[in-house]
Ligand binder design. Structure first.
Ligand SMILES: CC(C)(COP(=O)(O)OP(=O)(O)OC[C@H]1O[C@@H](n2cnc3c(N)ncnc32)[C@H](O)[C@@H]1OP(=O)(O)O)[C@@H](O)C(=O)NCCC(=O)NCCS
Length: 171
């Protein structure tokens, strides 16, 4: 997606989240789309009859001091309420997963409902290996999915994320 898509993307978020949440969450994907760089951000839209009805962003995280470990975080994801339950969220996640796997990314992180993300292999236990930069309000929503075969051992990996997610209120 490009900044030309922002008006449609905002509509998706307005029709997916509550009034209180929509604006703040849209600002995250707006910043990701505006700063889209192939090595740190992947922003995808799902089109139906030339209108964007679903949107997702994946942004890179930096593990410190484990520069060899590569990871992304999935945030945010939204499907317009008129188009939910049609497999669009699934397609956006699966397309992103395939792209990141092809790039050789080791791990994908997510902060959301385990009942939904568990369908895609995200796991709360695995999430405990990765320490978010801020205190989590909803610890059970913190999950990870391994994309490669790297042995994580017993270690905990702290990381930092892109500017648009570097806000304690998001976590
Ligand atoms: C969550 C969301 C992205 C799913 O998109 P979608 O296109 O409707 O999802 P899909 O059609 O691919 O999958 C639908 C399935 O997921 C399930 N599902 C949707 N949201 C769920 C949730 N929060 N918890 C558990 N299951 C959920 C549906 O019940 C449905 O199950 P079924 O296949 O057994 O009928 C969409 O509902 C949405 O935008 N919700 C509001 C914003 C939001 O919560 N975003 C995620 C932030 S973490």
């Amino acid at each position: 997606m490009t900044t030309d898509d922002l008006i449609e993307v905002e509509q998706v978020f307005t029709h997916a989240f509550s009034v209180e949440e929509a604006s703040a969450i849209y600002q995250i994907i707006r910043a990701s789309i505006s700063n889209n760089t192939p090595d740190s951000r992947l922003c995808l839209g799902y089109e139906k009859q030339t209108n964007i009805v679903g949107a997702i962003a994946f942004t890179s995280v930096v593990f410190e001091p484990d520069e060899d470990l590569t990871g992304y975080i999935l945030a945010p994801l939204a499907v317009h309420s008129d188009y939910q339950q049609q497999g669009i969220g699934t397609k956006l996640i699966e397309f992103g997963l395939a792209h990141l796997i092809a790039q050789g990314v080791d791990v994908l992180l997510v902060y959301g409902d385990p009942e939904y993300y568990g369908r895609f292999g995200f796991d709360v236990e695995l999430g405990r290996h990765f320490r978010p930069p801020y205190t989590l309000e909803y610890e059970l929503g913190w999950q990870a999915k391994q994309l490669g075969t790297l042995d994580l051992g017993d270690r905990i990996y702290p990381f930092r994320c892109v500017d648009e997610l570097s806000d304690p209120s998001f976590w």
